[in-house]
Design a protein around this ligand. Sequence first.
Ligand code: ADP
Ligand code: ASP
Ligand code: MG
Length: 427
Amino acid sequence: MSLIVQKYGGSSVQDAESIKRVARRIVDTKKAGNQVVVVVSAMGDTTDDLLDLAADISSHPPLREMDILLSSGERMSMALLAMAIHELGETAQSFTGSQAGMITDAIHGKARIIEVSPKRVQAAVDEGHVGIVAGFQGMSRESKDITTMGRGGSDTTAVALAAALNADVCEIYTDVDGVFTADPRVVRTARKIDTISSEDMLEMAAAGTKVLHLRSVEYARRFGVKLHVRSSFSEKEGTWVIPDESDKVTIKEGEPLEQPIISGIAHDSSEGKLTITGVPDVPGKAAEIFNRIAEASINIDMIVQDVSMETQTTNISFTLPGADGEKAQRILLENKESIGFQNLDFVPQVGKVSLVGGGMRNHPGVSARFFTALRDAGINIGLISTSEIRVSVITDVELLDKAVQAIHTAFELDSDEEAKVYAGTGR
Ligand code: ADP
Ligand code: ASP
Ligand code: MG
């Protein structure tokens, strides 16, 4: 008998009808002779609605209360889903993150998993029930408080449970047919990828491809969990994320062996750009700036430092989550004297577009083609950053979709068919 972990995202359980549809799918999987553990997200845009509600009440809500609030979205859907399964004549038991043994650190809103001991879930499954677990939440070992793991974290709950329960596969059910060469909401002719290496998937997720939570890909890679991303609205085979030992690429007949292999294009519009001007060009200034930022638990992404001017000063720009911009500026201003800079300039929202593919490693032409596509589309480039298998640039946020489309076409990734988006608002 196989044990299957299935995760259903918000748009798959957005209303009562959807919950019933998902329940049928779960019951079918069980009836086919499998044990099933389900991880469920909050219904539709519930998490965003809860965030809006909190913002109407407080501009700086206590993070402990925020996590209790946000974790309630997933609790609603898990109980409703269990009821829907009972309606179909099967039994199910739902568990909150803490009941399911998801033990995390105490960082509210960004909690990391320390231990997973899903004893109660295992017992429920052994007794013949479907086990249902609320996504993206846990309990801090230290404070015993409820924690959440960050937006999109239910994918990581699913993978962590799959690892702890030694599941045969972790299926991530969403509102598109799998991982595509670009976001199908932006590029209608994006192509579904049948298999992607976990290395490329990691870069895509890190660069903003939100169909999988970055940490879920890292976790799956570390524990060898087989990931299958697919639609809850169709029976189609989705995308398999394959671990490294099977990172081989299948070359179709007639295809040149040395063709640069691009997996896809990721984009992100959640970052802002902070520029610090007139920083003294002496050793230790970057260390001071980035230590201060790190102490505030702010993740930075791209960094660029200009060459020093005759004035012996330089400018440092970096990108960071737009929501952290205010905090970063406050911290830097508090340390203005000791750092000795002149001014701060903050752009709250910029666009980031990234080209990802393990095959670009030995292909110098890839960046040139990428920049040419942007030039031909009349798109100006802000910052640039690269890894061995990725090129990213910052653009005007208004031009981001155009940039993604231009690059997708330049790398001949367009499919003849239109990609299907079954539900969701893309929020
Ligand atoms: P869920 O609620 O199921 O967790 P998400 O909204 O988190 O779903 O992720 C699914 C969405 O990810 C899709 O609707 C799509 O718009 C977006 N997306 C972005 N890039 C890609 C990509 N390369 N392939 C597939 N989906 C993508
Ligand atoms: N409901 C949470 C969110 O919207 C977690 C998740 O769906 O993965 O971010
Ligand atoms: Mg998601």
